[in-house]
Write a protein that binds this ligand. Structure first.
Ligand code: ARG
Length: 571
């Protein structure tokens, strides 16, 4: 329906860009129409007339061509067009929504297949913690945002590879190995690997201040690791395995899974040939014993790809990995979900990809810091792996209290299950409902509130809808003919926009747009069933409204699912 309306306007406007939006009531005022468009503004520019004149012209055109669609078109200052749709148009749309069921929201295929790259394959790289070090809040944000984007791209028709690019290579592991050989204890490492290894590393740095010779010792251990020394190799593998076990505890709680766990270490063999090739093709050159790629052409500082001590770098490994992603994985989109702080790194990486003629759509999906009481506390305890698990557990505990207050009669078992879904949901939603590029705030009360823009509010709305459906028993087959009241029509229109929001986010990579949509939808539903009888409505209307409630509940569930958030049937 929305596509058809856009096509109609597009026929008049050609390539000009415009929007068709849901007409929302102005604060305190009355809504004018079901939909509105700003199409007259670009049109006016093109024609060299005022927006009002253009709007009048467009109105005339649409009244004639869109006679099947619109029951009324109005021009509003300073040049907007408001439309009222014919009820039958909205009813037809409702039949499509009900017919799609759980699939509602999936962007439609275009005639040329999905409107994506030729292969439609996307690599979403997220989480990327470093081994032998605690996972920090930045990794948590990456995990939550990356998982949501992977879900959304998949839903929109891409083949998605979820990639955890572990930080498991680099000179720091020489230091960890040296420290372990000096002061380590096998039993201690087994007990709390990440905490102990991170502690050893910190101690190594501390003692280096007194004993500068340690530095060389660390480099030597790394050199041995790189050249395949058996003992170092085994130590490194052990550290890696133990770290992954601990990381998996966090992923399990968050419900996160990856397809690929390839980290920096996977590229250690490809680095020397890569550097040689870059030199040979004149892309890289020597500079004071090191090797750099000049990037003046891109207005960027030169990229260091080999240090004067012959050590390779984080960036070198990224170049090798991106090449593999394009050539072997045949990805045409690669998303790197990494904090704002690494902007320059990715600019350099993408510039080098261009020089190497690697084709694809590469994006650094940036995000800001987390601000707020608890996270400040968390970062001061940053040395402790436990800290992140503590935050997750606290979310679940606090959710448990909310459930306790709401449903004291429930069994302990059920309360526990619900608290898990609600607590984790609250944590994720807090992140995903704020624009990712900015710093986000962390406020327990707001996160767990049953009233505001929070996961518990959406989950609670969902559970309420399900409870209505349970009470109703079977939903009769749909007779759309009885739908005519504005309240019903407007709710259907809201649902009609869901596929658009999904499509939009699959291009903007901004999950908060889905969160905002769901919050809006939940408010609209709550408002609707406070005012309109459903179970008590007259027989055939009751049936149609039950379908509406069902479609709304499914949309909430699908939307939350895209954000990686679960629902519960009662709460
Ligand atoms: N492990 C890195 C860190 O903790 C993030 C890796 C980001 N991804 C990449 N391809 N460079 O800072």
């Amino acid at each position: 329906m929305l596509e058809r309306i856009r096509e109609l306007i597009g026929e008049k406007l050609g390539d000009l860009r415009f929007e068709v939006l849901l007409a929302d009531p102005p604060a305190g005022g009355e809504v004018r129409g079901h939909l509105s468009t700003n199409a007259a503004f670009p049109f006016a520019k093109q024609m060299g007339v005022s927006p009002i004149v253009a709007a009048e012209e467009l109105k005339k055109y649409l009244e004639e061509k869109g006679a099947d669609f619109f029951s009324k078109i109005e021009v509003a200052e300073p040049g907007f067009l408001n439309f009222w749709l014919k009820p039958e148009v909205i009813r037809e749309e409702f039949e499509r929504i009900v017919g799609a069921g759980k699939e509602w929201g999936r962007p439609r295929k275009t005639r040329k297949g999905f409107a994506h790259g030729p292969r439609g394959k996307a690599i979403v790289e997220y989480s990327q913690p470093n081994i032998a070090k605690p996972m920090h809040v930045g990794h948590l944000r990456s995990t939550i945002i990356g998982d949501a984007l992977a879900n959304i791209l998949e839903f929109a028709g891409h083949e998605v590879i979820r990639w955890n690019y572990l930080g498991d290579w680099g000179t720091q592991f020489g230091k960890v190995i040296a420290a372990y050989k000096l002061w380590g204890d096998k039993y201690e490492v087994e007990k709390t690997p990440v905490e102990v290894l991170a502690g050893l590393y910190a101690r190594f740095h501390e003692e280096m201040k007194q004993d500068p010779a340690l530095e060389a010792r660390g480099s030597e251990e790394f050199r041995k690791l790189e050249t395949g020394d058996k003992e170092n190799r085994e130590l490194w593998e052990w550290f890696r395995e133990e770290s992954i076990k601990e990381l998996n505890k966090i992923y399990k709680l968050l419900g996160i899974e990856f397809d690929e766990w390839k980290g920096e270490s996977s590229y250690r063999e490809s680095l020397l040939p890569l550097i040689a090739l870059l030199l040979e093709r004149g892309i890289a050159r020597e500079s004071e014993g090191a090797i750099i790629v000049p990037l003046e052409k891109f207005n960027l500082p030169p990229a260091l790809i080999r240090k004067s001590d012959e050590g390779t770098l984080y960036l070198t490994r990224d170049i090798a990995s991106l090449e593999e992603r394009v050539k072997n994985y045949q990805a045409d989109k690669v998303l790197y979900v990494v904090d704002n702080g690494q902007s320059l790194h990715f600019q350099q990486l993408f510039a080098i990809a261009e020089i190497l003629d690697l084709k694809g759509n590469f994006s650094h999906i940036k995000f800001g810091l987390v601000l707020g009481e608890d996270l400040k506390k968390l970062s001061t305890r940053a040395g402790r792996h436990i800290a992140l698990l503590e935050v997750i557990n606290e979310a679940v505990e606090r959710a448990r209290k909310v459930i306790e207050g709401k449903q004291p009669e429930m069994s302990d078992e059920e309360k526990k299950e619900i608290a898990q879904v609600v607590g984790i949901g609250a944590l994720k939603y807090n992140d995903l409902s704020q624009s990712r590029v900015a710093d986000i705030t962390f406020d327990w009360d707001k996160m767990l509130s049953l009233q505001g823009n929070s996961a518990p509010y959406l989950q609670y709305t969902y559970a309420r809808l399900k409870s209505i459906l349970r009470k109703a028993g079977n939903t009769p087959s749909l007779e759309v003919g009885v739908i005519g009241k504005e309240a019903d029509l407007r709710l259907i229109l809201k649902l009609a926009f869901f596929p658009e929001v999904v499509k939009e986010v699959s291009e903007s990579y901004l999950p908060h747009q889905i969160a905002n949509y769901l919050y809006d939808l939940a408010r609209a539903i709550n408002d609707y069933y406070e005012k309109e009888p459903i179970l008590k409505a007259e027989e055939s209307l009751r049936g149609a409204r039950l379908h509406l409630i069902k479609a709304a509940s499914e949309t909430l569930k699908t939307g939350l699912g895209l954000l990686g958030i679960g629902v519960v049937e009662r709460m």
